[in-house]
Design a protein around this ligand. Structure first.
Ligand SMILES: NC(=O)C1=CN([C@@H]2O[C@H](COP(=O)(O)OP(=O)(O)OC[C@H]3O[C@@H](n4cnc5c(N)ncnc54)[C@H](OP(=O)(O)O)[C@@H]3O)[C@@H](O)[C@H]2O)C=CC1
Ligand SMILES: O=C(O)C1=N[C@H](C(=O)O)C[C@H](O)C1
Length: 253
């Protein structure tokens, strides 16, 4: 994702890439980040050092790396866009603390289509929850073989938003195997498929007695996430310290 963010930012005159950051041991440190991203050379070498200041930072990294991005942005009072998924409770607590001092956009999907589908999923859950016979809601996600977290952050967010629309407590069930007993109505099922180079696909199934409805959103490349993150980086400038979501950025709140 870092490569696509650099490539799209370099091609857009509204942006100036001033740093491209990876960890201390990365074998490509020192190489031109434009070259690594497959676009024009930009004279910004891949580095492990954060700049003293910048207008906004974008984090697509690994769950363990996000805390250091938050700490660096706090130090320089830099607005931060966090796209990384699978964050630990500790990192989420660090974000909650940091937003007292800097604005942060945090969202498991930067894609406009995904965020819009989340709104439709909420609406569908609210409309179908009292249907005679009940509705079974299951979330199926597909991603590339390199993905390290499951289910996707986006699938979890879909589940959280849908559960908020349902009455009573919701059980979140991850896969099924063996003598599971019958499915209960108060559960949401999650199924994580890992295949090839799939760049992200989510299907929300609403199964009723007599009919089934599905909402499906799928990317064909990863630029929807990179361009969403860049839109968030523009939007966040000048905002007061707070935790924001892509719903805020996209005017979907
Ligand atoms: N919100 C959204 O719209 C989207 C979110 N994502 C999420 O973004 C994250 C990154 O995805 P992706 O780009 O595919 O993953 P990659 O593994 O391809 O890239 C992560 C990069 O972060 C580097 N890294 C590891 N540790 C650190 C550190 N301490 N400091 C700085 N950099 C570090 C990795 O280095 P190394 O390779 O050496 O480990 C690697 O270069 C995932 O959590 C993914 O789920 C992805 C797409 C869209
Ligand atoms: O790792 C990915 O690729 C993606 N991760 C995000 C997630 O976990 O929801 C978003 C997107 O689906 C791509």
């Amino acid at each position: 994702m870092g490569r696509r963010v650099v490539a799209l930012a370099t091609a857009d005159e509204a942006f100036q890439v001033i740093a491209a950051i990876d960890h201390q041991q990365h074998p490509l440190l020192g190489q031109d980040s434009g070259g690594l991203a497959g676009c024009d050379l930009n004279e910004v070498p891949l580095s492990a050092d954060w700049p003293a200041e910048c207008d906004a930072a974008i984090d697509f990294s690994l769950p363990d790396a996000v805390a250091s991005a938050v700490a660096n942005c706090l130090e320089s009072k830099t607005p931060l866009v966090i796209a990384t998924t699978g964050l630990s409770d500790e990192t989420q607590a660090a974000i909650a603390e940091a937003v007292k001092q800097i604005p942060i956009v945090w969202a498991p999907s930067m894609s406009l289509a995904v965020n819009l589908t989340m709104k439709l999923a909420e609406q569908a859950a609210a409309a179908l929850k009292n249907v005679p016979g009940g509705v079974d809601i299951e979330i199926i996600e597909r991603h590339h073989r390199y993905k390290v977290d499951a289910p996707s952050g986006t699938a979890l967010k879909f589940g959280e938003l849908i559960a908020d629309q349902l009455d009573g407590e919701t059980k979140h069930v991850h896969g099924r195997e063996g003598e599971t007993g019958q499915r209960s109505l108060n559960e949401i099922g999650y199924h994580a498929v890992r295949v090839g180079d799939n760049t992200g696909e989510h299907t929300i199934v609403y199964g009723m007695l007599g009919e089934t409805m599905e909402l499906r959103v799928a990317s064909s490349n990863r630029d929807c996430y990179a361009s969403g993150a860049l839109a968030a980086a523009r939007w966040i400038q000048g905002r007061p310290p707070a935790l924001y979501s892509m719903f805020d950025v996209l005017g979907l709140s």
